[in-house]
Design a protein around this ligand. Structure first.
Ligand code: ASP
Length: 588
């Protein structure tokens, strides 16, 4: 018996037809997006991955099957010029006059709209993600994402990198987040951790002599979710040997500029600016500064100590930002809303001054002498309707980051950021250590294998928080789009770092003994970085929601809304793994 397989031929994508196609006989395949029945004429907007095209059906002259939204049709017809073009469609100057229409499949009425503009809330869009993704505006984002990856392969291949995969069922990797654990059935009571990054493996690949490695790597971190964070995400992970920090940054920015060019056609001007970490936090109040707008932080401690306000004399730090043209908007209510930021940075509230009709007004104005007022006006070059916002306290980090948060929020609210502009810079020389917010103990800012700056090594034990490192982040529009560091290749320095961190020999052996062992056998100087693919795709496709560029993302409760994972598993399955679940008692 001869088997005849169905074929679904097409000549063109719906969205690709233009005036130059007028007169051609074409066949298209697609989903019914909209239809309008005008009696003897039926208009259908047909949608496929390439866009939309209008089909004109003369219902008197051809057989028209039953057609509803989201039915899949194969339409054969002739391209004709439209009398009145539709400016909203790329194909708006033409339409297809249908000769035959075949229904390839019917569809149930979809629970969410598949129109480009939708007001459906995100929960329901994520539940029916496969319908949400039908929209061209969503598919375009995934094309940008795919083009980023294509640029990565092409650039790194041209620069002699080779792609090497590293394990997913792995030992714990030290990026400072909580691990996702996977139980071993064979070794009951033992667990793999999903990699927070391929960090240890990529360093061992340098020990192995590959010299230039990269990987588009899936990573997993069990952290609280935010608009720009997902538990499983993808990094463009890179490591090289024998390059110093400058050479690595140069390589990295070459890669980033190629990504911009190939994905959105944007020319990034190289070399990128390198900003010292200390400048970033002192001037912009952030280690990921958005420098598309000014509103910089000024140190006003000396000046404000001259006021009658005791707090400014007692506290170690007083800083302020000027917000132009803001005085009339800075109502009591607005001040209350800005003050909501303060407790997150261990402050009670901010103080405000408004410059209106040549007078500085505000709750702290009564503490300021005329001379001091004049000095403030001069220092900030105040113009009518400008406002000043002050923060004070004894911990510089809180003051900087607190005012930095106000700066970012106001820039967004006041529309100070031009759309479609890109601001790229490296922030370099991060501190080596920080105080853990959870435990108050000293922990690595990056990871324990980051190399301290040579000049700071003698401060490791005496002033560990003043030790800076060869660690850098790439910042795009105020987002940390990636980061990396040079790694320690000197055994003695590595041992000192472990000592500062209070790791015992036993800790080291248990956590990453195998890795430390590998470093003994001739480790080349090496370093690298990782770029967050999801964040890059988010920035380049002009959204501020990372879920928009992940096909099946988790919601803010770390649940996959399509499948409802994670879910409870059968006792039998748990028994095989030797696991007993202790249910949380919700009533306490
Ligand atoms: N593994 C680091 C991270 O995920 C990047 C690097 O240091 O290369 O942040």
């Amino acid at each position: 018996m001869e088997r005849v397989e169905e074929r679904f031929d097409r000549t063109d994508y719906c969205g690709s037809l233009r005036l130059s196609d007028v007169g051609r006989k074409v066949t298209v395949l697609g989903w019914v997006s909209k239809k309008r029945n005008l009696g003897s004429l039926l208009f259908i907007d047909l949608r496929d991955r390439g866009g939309y095209v209008q089909i004109c059906v003369k219902t008197d002259s051809i057989d028209v099957p039953e057609i509803r939204n989201e039915y899949i049709l194969q339409v054969e017809g002739v391209v004709a010029k439209k009398d009145v073009p539709n400016k909203n469609l790329a194909t708006g100057e033409i339409e297809i006059i249908a000769n035959t229409i075949k229904v390839i499949n019917s569809a149930t009425q979809p629970p969410i709209s598949t129109q480009e503009i939708t007001d459906a809330n995100e929960d329901i869009r994520l539940k029916y993600r496969y319908l949400d993704l039908r929209r061209n505006c969503m598919q375009k984002r995934f094309k940008i994402r795919a083009n980023i990856v294509k640029a990565v392969h092409s650039y790194l291949d041209r620069h002699d990198f080779i792609e090497i995969e590293t394990p997913i069922l792995a030992p714990s990797t030290p990026e400072g987040a909580r691990d996702y654990l996977v139980p071993s059935r064979v070794h009951k009571g033992s667990f793999y951790a999903l990699p927070q990054s391929p960090q240890l493996f990529k360093q061992m690949l340098m020990v192995a002599g590959f010299e230039r490695y990269y990987q588009v790597a899936r990573c997993f971190r069990d952290e609280d979710l935010r608009a720009d964070r997902q538990p499983d995400f993808t990094q463009i992970d890179v490591e090289t040997s024998f390059l110093n920090q400058d050479q690595i940054l140069e390589l990295g920015e070459g890669l980033i500029s190629e990504i911009f060019k190939e994905s959105i056609g944007y020319e990034v001007k190289l070399p990128l600016r390198r900003m010292e970490y200390l400048e970033a936090v002192n001037k912009y109040g952030s280690d990921k500064p958005d420098t598309r707008f000014d509103m910089c932080l000024h140190d006003v401690k000396e000046l404000m100590s001259k006021s009658e306000f005791q707090l400014y004399k007692d506290n170690k730090y007083v800083k302020a930002i000027k917000v132009e043209n803001f005085a009339t908007l800075l109502t009591r209510k607005k001040q209350d809303s800005i003050n909501l930021i303060a407790p997150k940075f261990n402050m009670k509230q901010f103080a405000y001054l408004k410059y209106v009709n040549g007078v500085l007004e505000g709750s702290i104005a009564k503490f300021l002498s005329d001379e001091l007022i004049n000095e403030l006006i001069k220092m900030f070059d105040l113009k009518d309707n400008d406002a000043l916002i002050f923060a004070t306290g004894n911990i510089l980090r809180d003051i900087n980051f607190g005012l930095g948060a106000v700066r970012s929020q106001l820039a967004k609210e006041l529309g100070l950021i031009k759309p479609n502009t890109y601001d790229l810079l490296w922030v370099v020389h991060f501190p080596l250590f920080e105080k853990s917010e959870e435990t108050g103990e000293i922990t690595p800012c990056h990871h324990p294998f980051t190399r301290p700056c040579d000049e700071d090594i003698d401060k490791l034990f005496t002033e560990p928080y003043n030790v800076y490192s060869y660690a850098y982040d790439i910042v795009i529009n105020g987002y940390e789009a990636g980061g990396g560091s040079l790694r320690i290749y000197d055994q003695k320095v590595q041992e000192m770092i472990f000592k500062v961190l209070g790791f015992t020999e036993e800790d080291i052996q248990k956590k990453f003994g195998f890795f430390v062992e590998s470093l003994k056998y001739g480790t080349p100087p090496h370093g690298g970085f990782a770029l967050g693919l999801d964040r890059l795709a988010m920035i380049l496709s002009g959204t501020d929601n990372i879920r928009d560029v992940i096909a099946f993302p988790k919601n803010l409760a770390a649940v996959d809304p399509v499948s409802n994972a994670p879910y409870e598993v059968d006792k039998e399955q748990l028994d095989k793994l030797g696991i007993e679940v202790v249910k949380e008692n919700k009533n306490g």
